[in-house]
Design a protein around this ligand. Structure first.
Ligand SMILES: Cc1cc2nc3c(=O)[nH]c(=O)nc-3n(C[C@H](O)[C@H](O)[C@H](O)COP(=O)(O)O)c2cc1C
Length: 363
């Protein structure tokens, strides 16, 4: 069931202008979109084939939903390789997000395989293009809490309900995210969240002033449900609580209303309504550690989903080179590179972001 609450919708400048006219939750193509969501959300029905495990992997978080991965299947091994044609060069010039995304996909695959009676053995293969091999042997079925969360995890880009998350739940999130070579810092004090907001606003302002950043983002936005279904990738308007429109109208509205001011205002509402912000650091600045960060984040997000807690990224302070060092100093880790900034809290679900079919991502 797709639900777009009014409060979610008014978080966005775009929606303020156009949402009322459309009616929330009554966008064109809703039925077809819901049917596709239902199909993509199915857990594996019986024996976990490698193809079905790849489908689970593809439901992972990934930058701009560009799905920058290809999967190679051997008898009992799945290799995950970068799809460089789906790089997002402007926001991610050194492929940091690309490798974090590969780590997220690998983690989904490992969790699904382990829940369904396979023993996954994951190896990162460094090289000009670092890849990940996951060998699967028969093994015991492990717990399925995170596995069942895979189809329901989502980046929820809406205003949250402002309630705190209990310290017991935060401990569960931290435990889920534990990964050798990755540090997690969790902030819940309003004064800390306010400071983080300043870095987000600085980063967002720089990105909105950069025509190349805006053009790249625009390239991945899908305004209509038919385009979102057809491409099976990108950032569908409804997944951010924005109005669903024909592509031509969405494009015009984007030019007119997607501004630095509306976006900064949106991030103020988003952070002030969140229970906390989690920051992930890899011990080193290389693809191997970015993959580890992705694995750690994906488990954090799946555990959050299992607890009814939403997550959404606020990566501007780590994406903008002029903002990142000051943010690292504020975090008390001046020599490290913070890898991900993620807010968490409670809110209704937004529509799921669709994925491409497995045929398109298996080599
Ligand atoms: C490395 C990485 C960076 C991301 N950066 C952002 C971001 O800056 N802003 C944002 O709203 N979402 C960000 N996301 C979330 C993706 O856009 C999201 O995972 C993708 O659109 C698929 O949607 P889903 O997470 O709901 O399945 C990021 C995800 C990853 C893995």
């Amino acid at each position: 069931m797709v639900t777009i609450s009014r409060r979610t919708a008014i978080a966005s400048g775009l929606t303020v202008a156009a949402g009322g006219a459309l009616g929330y939750g009554l966008w064109p193509g809703l039925d077809a979109y819901e049917q596709e969501v239902e199909r993509q959300r199915k857990l594996i029905a019986s024996e976990p084939t490698l193809v079905e495990l790849v489908r689970m992997a593809s439901l992972a978080a990934n930058g701009h939903n560009s799905q920058p991965w290809m999967f190679h299947l051997d008898a009992q091994t799945v290799s995950i390789r970068p799809d460089v044609s789906r790089r997002t060069q402007v926001v991610d010039p050194d492929d940091h997000h690309l490798y974090v995304s590969l780590g997220c996909a690998a983690e989904n695959l490992v969790i699904a395989a382990a829940a369904l009676g396979r023993r996954p053995d994951l190896a990162i293969r460094p090289g000009a293009e670092t890849s990940i091999d996951i060998a699967l042997a028969p093994g015991p079925s492990t717990g399925d809490t995170l596995y069942r969360a895979i189809p329901h995890r989502q980046s929820t880009r809406s205003v949250f309900d402002g309630r705190p998350v209990s310290s017991e739940d935060i401990k569960l999130l931290e435990a889920a995210a534990k990964e050798e070579g990755v540090t997690l810092l969790v902030f819940t004090e309003p004064s800390d969240l306010n400071d983080i907001l300043e870095f987000v606003v600085d980063g967002n302002s720089a990105q909105m002033d950069d025509p190349a950043f805006v053009a790249e983002l625009r390239h991945w936005i899908r305004f209509s449900s038919s385009t979102a279904i057809e491409t099976g990738d990108g950032l569908f308007s409804a997944c951010a609580g924005n109005p669903v429109l024909p592509e031509w109208a969405g494009g015009m509205l984007f030019e007119a209303l997607f501004t630095k001011e509306t976006e900064n205002e949106k991030y103020r509402d988003h952070i002030r309504s969140s229970a906390g912000v989690a920051v992930f650091f890899g011990a080193k600045e290389d693809p191997e550690h970015w993959i580890k960060v992705g694995r750690s984040f994906e488990r954090f997000a799946l555990q959050a989903t299992a607890l009814g807690i939403r997550t959404a990224h606020l990566n501007q302070p780590i994406e903008v080179l002029s903002v990142r060092p000051g943010f690292a100093r504020w975090l008390g880790m001046p020599d490290a590179r913070p890898d991900l900034v993620v807010r968490f809290g409670r809110a209704p679900a937004l529509p799921m972001s669709l994925r491409r079919s497995v045929d398109a991502i298996i080599m």
